[in-house]
Design a protein around this ligand. Structure first.
Ligand code: FAD
Ligand code: DHB
Length: 404
């Protein structure tokens, strides 16, 4: 059977970008339909980001979906940078007028947003097949199959929130997009382990054998990563070998090391910097990973998805409530200012903390000097701190119809 539906905004993808946008539109009385090609369980179970910027937590709270992060989030006022066997503390809160980061799994953020939407009965289709977008310049339409039924959704605008491998960016006509890209000669092997975190704060380590990162998800779950080759097969790594490598890279001369426990999940992620510009064509707007990805070292991807959504939400609110088209026209430019600053920070964190296969002895000494300068200079630590807790959003929350 063919179902013909009409809405104001058709949203492709129910990751953080799509779900946050749906919520922001709902708060402003704008209708939307969310279409996701994976199952609800898959979307919730995907283990990915863990660090929320100060502003992302404020946004979740202003959207009325902050109860989960307030209850289960771990607020951190500092972070450690470790090299040559010593941990150096960076006082994020002290250097940024009290701002910090919150460790709260992306899957929890997504679960909270799905639960909130389902509770209102607003439309959200999982397991949509053959999703297509059309009519981008004049009368946008999203088509998909759901079970045995076909759907045709007519809308005023389409929000492409379908991640890096989605279909919306591919739907831009030939020649419209400029792609800026850099691939890195390494990836991250990541694990979730049933072990109480042995540090209250994250530890980013530069070691002779390569980068390693200590993080967590809860008072009983540790999240750890280390640098491997980009095409490394996870099957090559026994749990024993993973722990041996983690401990070798992370143990500091004062004896600090992560607590060991059963590994619950493991995977390898390649690393890339990518920007597609402009983020809009006609009535199609890209947000989040659909338009840009950063290497995970700066913990910026999900946070950038949130800031794009705030800019798009404001533009759509301005259009529906006041007939404004200027904010829609400026969408891409406004987002890209913050995107490029986060790209620069993520590239810098990545370049400073990883070993490069083709590096020279000069490069290695320069990296050590960079870290020595960083951890010894209040100015350098302040620069890291203000970027790590998150640069200000390009538009104020009030302009998107949210309480402050
Ligand atoms: P996605 O989360 O990719 O969501 C896109 C959605 O669209 C998905 O649900 C997908 O199934 C759906 N979709 C795809 N194609 C279609 C289609 N054809 N039709 C319908 N739906 C479709 N970021 C941080 O901010 N902090 C961190 O600490 C951090 N750590 C990370 C660690 C790792 C190991 C990784 C891999 C990423 C990390 N990130 C981090 C990045 C973060 O996970 C992403 O930036 C974030 O998921 C982007 O959200 P999104 O909604 O734009 O895209
Ligand atoms: C986590 C991921 C990151 O990319 C990062 O920079 C810090 C923490 C995490 O998964 O906890």
């Amino acid at each position: 059977m063919l179902h013909r539906l009409t809405t104001q905004v058709g949203i492709v993808g129910a990751g953080p970008a799509g779900l946050l946008l749906a919520r922001l539109l709902q708060v402003n009385g704008i209708d939307a339909i969310v279409i996701e090609n994976r199952s609800r369980e898959h979307v919730i179970d995907r283990v990915r980001a863990g660090v929320l910027e100060h502003g992302t937590v404020t946004l979740l709270t202003a959207l009325g979906v902050g109860a989960g992060v307030r209850r289960g989030g771990l607020r951190h006022d500092g972070v450690h940078i470790s090299f040559r066997g010593h941990r150096h503390h960076i006082d994020l809160a002290g250097l940024t007028d009290g701002k910090g980061i919150t460790v709260y799994g992306q899957n929890e953020v997504v679960r909270d947003l799905i639960d909130a939407r389902v509770a209102t009965g607003a439309p959200l289709y999982f397991e949509a097949a053959h999703v297509e977008v059309r009519g981008l310049e004049s009368s946008p339409e999203i088509r998909f199959r759901h079970g045995d039924d076909e759907y045709e959704v007519r809308c005023d605008f389409i929000a492409g929130c379908d991640g890096f491998h989605g279909i919306c960016r591919q739907a831009f006509p030939e020649g419209v997009l400029t792609i800026y890209e850099r691939a890195y000669p390494f990836g991250w092997l990541g694990i979730l382990a049933e072990a109480a975190p042995s540090s209250d704060e994250l530890v980013y380590t530069y070691h002779d054998r390569g980068f390693a990162l200590f993080s967590m998800r809860s008072p009983t779950i540790t999240r750890l990563y280390f640098q491997v080759a980009p095409d490394e097969s996870i099957e090559q790594w026994s749990d024993h070998a993973i722990w041996e490598e983690m401990l070798r890279r992370m143990t500091t001369s004062d004896g600090w090391q992560p607590s060991v426990g059963p590994i619950l999940q493991k995977s390898v992620t390649p690393m890339r910097s990518f920007v597609a510009a402009p983020m809009r064509h006609g009535r199609l707007f890209l947000a989040g990973d659909a338009a840009h990805i950063v290497p995970p070292t700066g913990a910026k991807g999900l946070n950038l998805a949130a800031s794009d959504v705030l800019v798009l939400g404001r533009a759509l609110k301005g259009f529906y409530q006041a007939g404004r088209t200027d904010w829609l026209a400026e969408y891409s430019e406004t987002c890209l200012r913050r995107v490029w600053k986060a790209q620069r920070f993520s590239w810098w964190m990545t370049s400073t903390l990883h070993r490069f296969p083709d590096e020279t002895a000069f490069d290695h000494q320069r990296q050590l000097a960079d870290l020595d300068y960083l951890t010894g200079s209040r100015a350098a630590m302040t620069s890291l701190a203000e970027q790590y807790v998150g640069l200000p959003f390009e538009v104020p929350l009030e302009s998107a119809g949210l309480p402050v």
